[in-house]
Every structure is written in C-alpha cells, then in structure tokens.
Design a protein around this ligand. Structure first.
Ligand code: NAD
Ligand code: TYD
Length: 337
C-alpha cells in the first residue's frame, strides 16, 4: 500500500507516520509538507533512513506538485493545515488558503489519480461552542456552527470533502477529533506550553477564568482511530473521535500537570481572554466505539504523565523551537509575560 500523508512533519502527522510504519512496515509513505513554523523534520529523525518513507517539501496548494506526488497513491491521509486558533485570529488569510484551497487542490489530485481513499482530518471545533451547563455533546449529526477563522476554515474543508464524495464519487472519510496532546506537539498549544513553561520556571498563561472545557485525546489513540477508519470505516461517513467521557476544565488540566510535576498553583497567571473564545467542546464518540471498536488505551491522567515525561526527556527538541519563531510569537501573544 502506498500512502500520501500531508503535514507529516507536524504534530499529529509525524506521530501517525511513526505509528503507521511500526504497524505496516511493508507500506510506503510519501510525506508532503511545506515545513511552516509548525513543521519539523526532527519529529521524524528516528525514521530518516527508512527507505519506505519519502519526504517532499512543498505546498498542498501547488496543483502541479500535488499531481506528481499523487501518482500511484492508494490512500491519502490529509493532516496539513494551519492549526492554531490564536494565530487564526491574528492572521486569518493563510488559514483560508491552506485549509480550504489546499484541501480542494488535494481532492482534485486524488480524483484525477483515482485514489482508493481520501481521509480528511478535521476537528470538533466545526460544531461551535456549548454552554458550560449544557448536557449535550457534539456528534456526527450536529449542525456545523464554526466561530473562529480556524474552525470556519476547517468547516469549509469538510464541506468540500463531502462535496467530492456526493458530486464525483470520491471515496472519502472524515474524522472530527477533539484536542490532541502528546509527543512532538508545538509548544504554542495549552498542554506543551504549560509543561515547558514549568520546566523553564515561567508562569502558565490562563485565558479568562480558566473554566473553558475541552475534550482531550492522546495522539497515539487518535492514530489508532484513523487506522480503524481506514480499515473498516464506511465511505462517505464522518466519525467523531474523543478521549474523555466527563468534562475537564483548562484549570483542571493545569492542576493535574502541576500535581504530576510536583508544583503548586503559584505559577498560574490569568491573562486577557482569547477573542470569541469557545466556552465548551464535548464530543460523543460512541459511533466509532460501537461500529469500529475504538477505545482510548489509557485514561487521561496516565497519558498526561507520559506526556510530561516525554517533554522532560526531550528538552533539546522543544528548547530549540522555543528560541526560534516561537519567542517572537510568545512576546506578541502574551505581552512580554
Ligand atoms: P501542526 O500545526 O502541528 O502541523 C501542521 C503541519 O502541516 C506542519 O507540518 C506544517 O508544516 C504543515 N503544513 C501547513 N501548511 C501546509 C501547506 N500549505 N502545505 C503543506 N504542508 C503544510 O498541526 P497538528 O496539530 O498536527 O494538526 C494536524 C491536523 O489535525 C490539522 O488538520 C488540524 O486541523 C487537525 N486537528 C488538530 C487537533 C489538535 O489538537 N492538534 C485537533 C483536531 C484536529
Ligand atoms: P489550545 O491548545 O490553543 O487549543 P484549542 O483552542 O484549539 O482548543 O487551547 C486549549 C484551551 O486552553 C482553550 O480553551 C484555550 C486555552 N488556553 C489558555 O488558557 N492559555 C493559553 O496560553 C493557550 C494557548 C490556550
């Protein structure tokens, strides 16, 4: 089997490549990645000499290149995207270009080359925001109601993917997953930001009252979910993927991290809230559980402990990232915190 993985030098894409080659060593992967600030070939260091993985530096918006790399591909797993909500608030245009136009270019290439499956990685953020006292959860039938430039661009890409299924019969599947965490996550996101700030003796910026709720999915569980969808998912269907069954606020998450790292709450710093901050995401992942047998391998605390351990053991990886582009971003985003 020959796979095209887009965005394979990013957080989830690189974890997926490691996962896939470990479980399917006979398969061949082409990794198409533009290497934006979020793309990092260090994430793939362990497999750099693996003859079954070819890296192509390039943009998913480049139709000619996409046509070339699509040649002979059986399965496309599309991760490439601009992925950070805060950046989408500051600079929305690149989100529209990469997430919407880039996805359409890939769909066109996949159609022309008659790929057997186009799997699109999306987010639960397309469903909008719940109230804190809401008992309902997002599921595959929830109407789309995106509220940030990031989620609007992902919603647009999801609609395009489904349109290629209904109009042209392209064999697609979509997964809408919750917030991922784990190794190789760029330190702009809450969990790696908190862990690495603690390791550097810095404070942890908490937006607003910190009572915002997210569902958390360990990245390796997510990779297994994608694997299940590729092997047994139904063409033309969407699968919601989550990791929790109860609500956990951002403050709860940070408190757990502080406990794991033996720190007290002195290092919390409440900062100005994100514009249009979605209050709560909660996801009902019973479809993928019942139909495909998906279940997270461990509970949240176990995976959080593993994640803290990974960042403690991989200081060189994140320290280099925090010196580069990130330090300017951090100063601007957090007003020299
Ligand atoms: P990431 O930001 O860590 O990585 C994105 C990767 O895409 C990078 O390697 C980057 O270089 C590459 N890329 C960006 N623009 C590109 C372009 N125009 N052409 C080619 N490559 C390009 O993102 P991530 O957290 O790994 O997310 C992967 C996917 O999962 C995204 O589609 C995101 O929307 C989705 N998702 C992420 C989360 C999460 O919690 N991280 C949750 C739900 C869904
Ligand atoms: P984030 O990791 O950016 O993911 P998303 O916005 O896609 O859910 O943020 C997770 C939650 O943490 C979200 O409610 C925003 C909040 N947050 C903070 O409180 N402080 C921070 O510095 C960051 C980056 C996020």
């Amino acid at each position: 089997m020959k796979l095209l993985v887009t965005g394979g030098a990013g957080f989830i894409g690189s974890n997926f490549i490691h996962y896939w080659l470990k479980n399917n060593p006979q398969d061949f992967i082409v990794n198409l990645d533009k290497l934006t600030y979020a793309g990092n070939l260090e994430n793939l260091k362990k497999i750099k000499d693996n003859p079954n993985c070819r890296f192509v530096k390039g943009d998913i918006c480049d139709g000619k290149l996409v046509d070339e790399v699509m040649d002979g591909i059986d399965i496309v797993v599309h991760f490439a995207a601009e992925s950070h909500v805060d950046r989408s608030i500051k600079s929305p245009s690149i989100f529209i270009k990469t997430n919407i136009i880039g996805t359409q270019v890939l769909l066109e290439g996949a159609l022309k080359r008659k790929v057997k499956r186009f799997h699109h990685i999306s987010t639960d953020e397309v469903f909008g925001s719940l109230n804190l006292d809401d008992l309902s959860k997002f599921d595959e039938r929830t109407p789309y109601n995106p509220r940030s430039p990031y989620s609007a661009s992902k919603a647009g890409s999801d609609h395009l993917v489904m349109s290629y299924f209904y109009t042209y019969g392209l064999p697609v599947t979509i997964s809408n997953c919750s917030n991922n965490f784990g190794p190789f996550q760029y330190p702009e996101k809450l969990i790696p930001l908190a862990i690495t700030n603690i390791l550097e003796g810095k404070t942890i910026p908490i937006y607003g009252d910190g009572l915002y709720v997210r569902d958390w999915l360990y990245v390796e569980d997510h990779c297994r979910a994608i694997d299940l969808i590729l092997s047994s998912g139904k063409i033309g269907e969407t699968y919601c993927v989550g990791g929790l069954t109860e609500d956990i606020s951002n403050l709860d998450v940070i408190t757990k991290i502080l406990e794991i790292m033996g720190k007290n709450k002195d290092c919390l710093e409440f900062v100005k809230d994100r514009m249009g901050h979605d209050r709560k995401y909660a996801i009902n992942w019973s479809k993928i559980k019942q139909e495909l047998g998906f279940i997270p391998e461990h509970d949240f605390t176990h995976w959080l402990e593993q994640t803290v351990k990974w960042y403690e053991e991989n200081e060189t990886w994140w320290k280099r990232l925090k010196q580069d582009e990130f330090s300017n971003y951090y100063k601007e985003q957090y007003n020299d915190l």
